[in-house]
Design a protein around this ligand. Sequence first.
Ligand code: NAD
Ligand code: GLY
Length: 346
Amino acid sequence: MQEITVSTSNLTYSVKIGRLDKIIHKGKVLVVSNPKIAGMYLQDLLDCIQADEVFVSIVPDGESHKNFESIDKILEVAFESRLDRKSLMIALGGGVISDMVGFASGIYQRGVDFITIPTTLLAQVDASVGGKTGINNRFGKNLVGIFHQPKAVYVNPLYLQTLPKREFSAGVAEIIKMAVCFDKDFFNWLKDNDLNDRDCLEIAIARSIQIKANVVSLDETEQGIRGALNYGHTFAHVIENETNYHTFLHGEAVAIGMRMANDLALKLGLMSVENIKSIDFLLNRYDLNHNYHIKDVESFYDKFFLDKKTQNDKIKFIFPKGIGDVAITDEVPKDKLFETLKKWGK
Ligand code: NAD
Ligand code: GLY
C-alpha cells in the first residue's frame, strides 16, 4: 500500500493507495453513499469496518442532489442513530458524496471525523483530498461549505473498473490540470503514456495525489498557491451554473474552462500556441473536446461575480505560464476577457 501524507496546520493524515483492508473505529460509524455505488461496493466496505455500531445513509445520486436536502438526510440519520462527537462518518463515492459528507461531518455537533473512500477517478485524484467540502445552491456551485480535512483517505484504483468512460475522462481533466499547473515532467509523461493502461493510471493517480497533497500542505485554506488548482474552474463554474449541472460533467466543464483560460492566457502573452496545442492534444485524446456556446456574453460575465473566487468585485483567473507553472491574477483587462468570451459566443 502506497502512502502519501497531507500536513495541515493542525492535522496530518495519509492518503493510502491500494486495496482497503480494515477500518477500525472505537465508536459509531455512519457510512454515506448513493444507490448506484452502494449496490456495487457497500457490502465490501461494511465487511472491512470494525466499530461499535455501523449505520448507513443513502442519498440520491448526482450533482443536482449536492444540496441542503441531502445534507439534511445525512444529518437525520446521524441524529436518529445518536452519533456523538467520537463518531466517524465515511464517504463512499465520487466527489459529490465526499464534498457532502465532509460538510455534514464538519457541522454535525460542531464537527466529527470523516474518512473518504473515493470511487471515481476525479475524486481519487482531487476531490477526496484537501478538505474542501460543501454544496451548491441556486446562486452557484460550492458556495456553501467549510474547510474540514478528512482523517484518512483510502484510494482503491480497482473501483474504477466499473466507472463509465465519460466519468473516467472527466477525472483525467483534473489530472491534466495538475500537470499543466505544477509538473512539466508529469505533463510530458502524460503525452507519452496512455491512462487506459492500468499501470500507467496508477502512476498518474499517485502523482496527482502527491501534487495535491503538496499544494494543500502549503496552503490549506487557499490564501495563495492552492488557488492554482482552480485552473479552468472560473469558466467551468459559470458553464455548470448556466446548464443547471445537467449538460456537462464537472471535469468536462473544467476542460472547456481550461481551453478558455488558455485562449485568454495567449492574449495576455503568458502562453504559446505550441503549449496550447499540446494541452489540446491531451484533452482530445480523452474525448475532452466538448464545446460550449455562450448565448449571452454579458450574462456569462455577470455570473463570474457569483463565484467565490471573485473578491472585491475582481474576478480571479488562473493562467498557465507555459507548462508546469501558473499565474493567479485578478488584473485581466475586460476587453481581452470579452474577446475570449465572444470567441465561444459565435
Ligand atoms: P460524482 O460524485 O457525481 O460521480 C459521478 C458518477 O459516477 C455518479 O453517478 C456516481 O454514482 C458514479 N460512480 C461513482 N463511482 C463509481 C464507480 N466506481 N463505478 C461506477 N459509477 C460510479 O462526480 P465526481 O466527478 O466524482 O465529482 C464531482 C464533484 O466533485 C463536483 O461536485 C465537484 O464540485 C467536486 N469536486 C470537489 C473538489 C474538492 O476539492 N472538494 C475537487 C474537485 C471536484
Ligand atoms: N479542487 C480544488 C482544490 O481542492 O483546491
